[in-house]
Design a protein. Structure first.
Length: 363
């Protein structure tokens, strides 16, 4: 598969200059690019790598002097990183999944498959499932009873959707995603030590140890349109109502959503984020890697939390948070800088005390 520079630029809405009929087959870093590659040197700091490679064409930055860089052609997008989205979509070779239904797939007779659905080897589609047109169900996937997938779903290998999961159009699941397991919800016959400690913020009181009894999950999981779920993510069923993820929200690898969690539209949840049961996340929220969200709290629209932040209480809309426990990022950084100065202050106080005591003896 190859494309001309002119074709690529047109697909990206970018300017093409030079020998625009030049054909390329793939993209590469500047120092590794050969004659058939489009070198990606989208800022001046990467341009020096072009001299180490053999690229004839490159995607550069607006206003770049492509001829001075020894190129025959160039693509000049207005926003280089945004152009990467269109470029990678155009050049993506895919996973090689064959169209049609593989003979080893098990599909219940009551399942409904839309037009041009692909089902890979050893996949299972259970009773009452409805798969939207143009969807791809990869090898070894399991689609539970009464699952509904909108059109254009793309499930990589070994994805599991539990019974009654519902997703809108264009769901993407990376390998090993698990959507629709029972919530981690247990109770004791009498108030437990955990309840006492939580109420008192530390004291377990007179509560005695007791066995934990399961609360079954009657809800399901509902995903909006254009949701993406990373590798080995786990999304629990709701207890009574559904666990919900809004439109265009993206989950990185190993993200966990507890029972009854609600995540709004257009959120980014980075690797190893954990959100405890019944937490509500607003729209346009970004949680950095390994963020934790306590149960039954609300995170407002537009909140950004840096990596490793632990959100233990409600966060108003628009805040930028950091640390454990989470505070506003500027205050957290101020505290961190003060903490770094502490050893020096201790030494200075010790020296001052020593000087004072010597002064007293001298008198």
């Amino acid at each position: 598969m190859s494309h001309t520079i002119a074709e690529i630029a047109a697909a990206l809405g970018a300017e093409a200059v030079g020998e625009t009929a030049l054909r390329i087959t793939h993209a590469a870093e500047p120092q590794e690019a050969g004659p058939e590659a489009l070198a990606l040197a989208m800022s001046p700091k990467y341009a020096e790598g072009l001299a180490k490679g053999a690229a004839r064409a490159a995607m550069l930055w607006p206003g770049a002097d492509w001829q001075a860089l020894g190129l025959e052609a160039a693509i000049l997008p207005q926003r280089s990183r945004y152009a990467m989205s269109g470029l990678t979509r155009l050049l993506d070779p895919g996973q090689g999944y064959a169209p049609g239904i593989h003979p080893t797939a098990l599909i219940d007779p009551s399942a409904e498959l839309g037009a041009d659905v692909s089902v890979g080897p050893y996949a299972i589609v259970s009773a009452g499932a409805r798969i939207g047109a143009g969807s791809v169900i990869g090898p070894h996937c399991v689609i539970g009873c009464d699952v509904t997938l909108g059109e254009g779903a793309y499930l990589r290998e070994q994805v599991t959707l539990g019974a009654r999961v519902t997703a809108g159009a264009r769901l993407i699941c990376q390998p090993g995603a698990r959507i629709g397991g029972d919530g981690f919800s247990f109770v004791t016959a009498e108030p437990s030590t955990v309840e006492a400690a939580r109420k008192s913020l530390g004291d377990q009181g007179e509560a005695k140890a007791q066995p934990w009894i399961r609360i079954h999950s009657l809800g399901a999981v509902t995903l909006g349109d254009d949701v993406e779920v990373g590798m080995n993510c786990t999304l629990d069923y709701g207890t009574v109502r559904d666990t919900r993820v809004g439109n265009n929200t993206k989950l990185d690898n190993q993200v966990h959503l507890g029972h009854n969690v609600v995540v709004g539209d257009n959120c980014l949840l980075c690797g190893q984020v954990g959100i405890a049961g019944s937490a509500v996340i607003g729209d346009n929220v970004v949680l950095g890697g390994q963020c934790g969200v306590s149960d039954n709290i609300f995170i407002g629209d537009g909140v950004i939390a840096g990596g490793g932040t632990k959100l233990l209480s409600n966060v108003p809309a628009g805040r930028t948070m950091l640390g454990y426990p989470a505070t506003q990022m500027d205050k957290q950084m101020e505290s961190y800088r003060a903490l770094r100065r502490l050893p020096r202050l201790v030494r200075e106080v010790a020296e001052m005390r020593k000087a004072v005591f010597k002064s007293d003896k001298g008198d």
